[in-house]
Write a protein that binds this ligand. Structure first.
Ligand SMILES: O=C(O)C(=O)C[C@]1(C(=O)O)C=C[C@@H](O)C=C1
Length: 370
């Protein structure tokens, strides 16, 4: 028989070296728990002040979060990477919501969608989530106060604008109060091998983001649209014999669908930008964006006249999109994102001047840049 320690047992000598280090960690953990709760007691007071200020004082303060995370990154001299501290503070601030006033966040469900992942990346584990069936339902839930905030996908770096969500902004008065950039990696989820797959379900945006891979690997499979990638996973879980879904690893776990292939997106830098809609607007941080929509008269140069106003005020545009007006053929709504906050004098002046060249101009919100 050998004297070697059984597998999993570090052995006496190693145990002796680990013990004092673990004592040190225990003592530090005690201090950290004490400090975290000292912070939480201040947050409770912040909550009292906010609630006394009424409905208009936001519990979620993206401008303040930006400043807190910036300060944490500056204070960090390692060896922990910034990414790790950001995740810790994300959960801390999620806990703050629970202490100040529990928040409810609406997203395009069911659970396991990329909107769900984006929501958790911003609001953490200590808030309530509401799975909603489509974008109008999310806008409606926020407008009625059934949800405090909603997640709306706006555009994808590979496949472009999410047109259905832009149309909702035309009808709703709920402002944008933050944005999220989420790297998106797609997985082929199925309980049958590749050669038996005859149908692939997902959201049309997702099918679009994987079209080269699908054409190469599953050229004969039918591609069917679902309301979301997690809805697609649910459909396949209920009827798995000849089908696959494209979705997140969370959807794979929730609907018990094995990942047959991972990272099947055509562009490895595939990223989706989400807007967070809420009932209040954040204060300027110095690193903001303003989203707006406008219509112009149907005449030569009308759009250029508006764009020139932003150029003349030195405002950088980060996005320009258009949608048909639905009222008259070939009449459009133009969506613009520009760098700056609507309360900053230069932006305010540009918006006032631009209004003079538009039939209608609506500011959708100013928010910290992701
Ligand atoms: O400073 C505030 O307004 C807080 O509510 C505190 C706090 C935090 O934990 O630091 C929590 C949530 C907000 O979104 C921003 C910051």
């Amino acid at each position: 028989m050998s004297d070697a320690a059984p597998p999993g047992d570090p052995g006496e000598a190693t145990r002796e070296k680990l013990a004092p280090l673990r004592d040190e960690i225990d003592a530090l953990d005690e201090k950290i728990v004490g400090l975290l709760n000292a912070r939480a007691r201040v947050v409770v007071k912040v909550g009292e002040v906010k609630r006394a200020g009424g409905e208009d004082v936001p519990i979620y303060a993206p401008d303040r979060e930006q400043a807190v995370l910036e300060k944490v990154r500056k204070l960090n001299h390692g060896p922990l990477p910034d990414r790790c501290l950001e995740a810790v503070w994300r959960e801390l601030m999620s806990g703050s919501f629970a202490l100040e006033r529990p928040l409810r966040i609406g997203y395009l469900g069911p659970a396991g969608s990329f909107s769900h992942l984006a929501a958790v990346s911003k609001f953490g584990q200590s808030v309530e989530y509401d799975e909603l069936s489509d974008f109008p339902a999310i806008f409606d839930a926020v407008a009625r106060g059934h949800a405090d905030y909603g997640l709306i996908p706006i555009e994808n770096s590979t496949h472009g604008g999410v047109t259905a969500s832009l149309d909702c902004f035309l009808e709703s008065g709920v402002p944008v109060c933050a944005e999220i950039l989420l790297p998106i990696h797609h997985n082929l989820l199925s309980r049958v091998p590749l050669e038996r797959i005859k149908t692939v379900y997902s959201h049309p945006q997702v099918l679009g983001q994987c079209q080269r891979w699908l054409t190469a690997q599953l050229p004969h499979a039918k591609r069917l649209d679902a309301a979301s990638s997690s809805q697609a996973a649910r459909i396949v879980a209920e009827n798995p014999s000849e089908s696959a879904a494209i979705g997140s690893t969370l959807a794979s776990q929730l609907y018990r669908l094995p990942v047959l292939f991972d990272n099947i997106e055509d562009n490895p830098n595939n990223t989706t930008r989400f807007s967070i809609i809420g009932r209040q607007s954040p204060r300027p941080t110095g690193e903001d964006k303003t989203a707006l929509v406008f219509t112009t008269e149907h005449r030569a140069g009308a759009l250029t006249d508006v764009l020139n106003v932003f150029r003349d005020h030195g405002l950088n545009l980060t996005r320009l999109a258009e949608r048909p007006s639905q009222r008259m053929n070939w009449e459009y709504y133009f969506f613009i994102d520009l760098l700056g906050h609507a309360e900053e004098p230069e932006v305010k002046a540009a918006l006032d001047e631009a209004r003079g060249h538009c039939l209608q101009l609506k500011v959708l919100g100013s928010f910290p840049r992701a």
